[in-house]
Design a protein around this ligand. Structure first.
Ligand SMILES: Cc1cc2nc3c(=O)[nH]c(=O)nc-3n(C[C@H](O)[C@H](O)[C@H](O)COP(=O)(O)OP(=O)(O)OC[C@H]3O[C@@H](n4cnc5c(N)ncnc54)[C@H](O)[C@@H]3O)c2cc1C
Length: 390
């Protein structure tokens, strides 16, 4: 169980601490890394910081392939499960049978369940950047927060697209010119049994829109692969078309290209490493996947099986291994922008992929890029899915 030390108002005392592992960001990626460090006989002092309390600010529509919730013991957060996705164009609807269900879940509950599997101290603090370089190579690094400095030899940036701890040498390309998509959604009350996508240039010509039911609410949103395309008006248009109320706006940038998973001695994971998948903007599964991979590398460091430098190299390799798959998905993403405005081509493509056997195959290939079974197959302990050579 994590020890919560959240401070508000006058209790927001200065923070000036040392720890063994500092995890910045307490959402999907950061909490998964923390989970993997729990129970280590080395009993590392793990500190997780986030500007909000755990689970306070939902960061997505929260749909994920079901096996990941089972793998991580998070099924109690599930709200609804879907065996198919219905794709609506301007003229017709098609359904894709899924090889494994997609599940929508409660963000706050999932974060709490994930955090409860960790063993860490938690502080609310805004991470501002890296401090001066360590005096000794490989020595503790300093991270500056709005409550003071925190020092740790192992530092993880799981802060989402801003990549706050990027080394100064890195080109800081900011949106809308960065390789990012835009996503915005609302959460009106209501119920539905259909996990729906809208491929319709009435809402967005280069992207897609969605309606994801989650218990008593429906998460309705629009994502544009072209970051220059604003999505607020299209979101309102879609909500109106679906005869729902535009309640509870929530949006963000979504990186759609892999970035370097290490830099300046920092480990990046989840959106900060560009792990969100292009084409679908599915980022929770990658945050879990690379969070587990990173957590296990860090565990090997705190337990003395490898050095920090070795872990940096290995983890960078693990992330880079997926480059070909990400490149393919990015190519397909670029096609989407060309196809959606051409209604006839779009209808042909959907008709070709909608027979259950074809749809299931296509989705299986997509889901295999990051599969929950990676962590259970080949290794009875589920601890070493990547070879030392990777
Ligand atoms: C509208 C929308 C809908 C989406 N729907 C889905 C979906 O249904 N399924 C899916 O798989 N993906 C979805 N995504 C993508 C998914 O949300 C992200 O890829 C995923 O959240 C990445 O997880 P993460 O842990 O890397 O980062 P995040 O979830 O973004 O978490 C970053 C954490 O860092 C904290 N933080 C940020 N900056 C600071 C700072 N300076 N100091 C301290 N703390 C900070 C934040 O408070 C947050 O807790 C969606 C994205 C959007 C925008």
């Amino acid at each position: 169980m994590p020890t919560r030390a959240t401070k508000r108002g006058d209790d927001r005392t200065p923070l000036d601490v040392d720890c063994d592992v500092l995890i910045c960001g307490a959402s999907f990626a950061g909490l998964t890394v923390a989970r993997e460090l729990a129970g280590s006989p080395a009993r590392p002092r793990v500190l997780v910081v986030d500007r909000y309390e755990i689970g306070e600010r939902q960061t997505s529509a929260c749909a994920v392939p079901g096996p990941w919730l089972e793998l991580l013991g998070l099924t109690d957060a599930a709200l609804q499960s879907f065996d198919e996705i219905v794709a609506h164009t301007a003229d017709r609807s098609y359904s894709w049978a899924l090889p494994e269900p997609f599940v929508t879940f409660d963000y706050r509950r999932l974060c709490r369940l994930l955090a409860d599997q960790g063993d860490f101290l938690f502080e609310t603090a805004k991470v501002e950047g890296l401090g001066p370089r360590p005096a000794v190579p490989g020595g503790p690094m300093t991270v500056i927060t709005d409550r003071g400095p925190v020092r740790a030899p192992l530092v993880v940036d799981a802060l989402g697209w801003r990549r706050v701890l990027a080394p100064e040498s890195e080109d800081a390309i900011q949106p809308p010119d960065a390789y990012m998509s835009r996503g915005l959604e609302v959460h009106p009350e209501g119920r539905s049994d259909e996990l729906a996508l809208y491929l319709n240039d009435r809402y967005v010509p280069d992207g897609y829109s969605w309606s994801f039911p989650a218990g008593d609410e429906v998460r309705v949103g629009v994502g544009s692969f072209d970051p220059h395309h604003h999505v607020k008006d299209p979101t309102l248009r879609l909500v109106q078309d679906l005869r729902r109320e535009p309640d509870g706006f929530q949006g963000n940038w979504i990186p759609h290209r892999l970035r370097s998973a290490t830099g300046g001695g920092v480990f990046f994971v989840g959106d900060s490493a560009g792990h969100c998948l292009p084409l679908t903007a599915e980022g929770i599964r990658p945050a879990f996947h690379f969070g587990i991979a990173l957590g296990r590398e860090l565990r090997d460091v705190v337990e003395g099986r490898q050095t920090r430098e070795q872990a940096l190299r290995r983890y960078a390799g693990i992330s880079a291994q997926k480059h070909p798959a990400y490149r393919w998905l990015l190519r397909l993403q670029r096609l989407v922008g060309r196809v959606i405005p051409h209604h006839r081509t779009l209808e042909l493509a959907l008709r070709a992929t909608s027979p259950p056997r074809v749809g299931r195959r296509a989705w299986s290939a997509y889901l295999r890029t990051l599969s929950a079974s990676t962590w259970t197959a080949d290794d009875p302990e589920g601890r070493r899915p990547f070879s030392r050579r990777s």
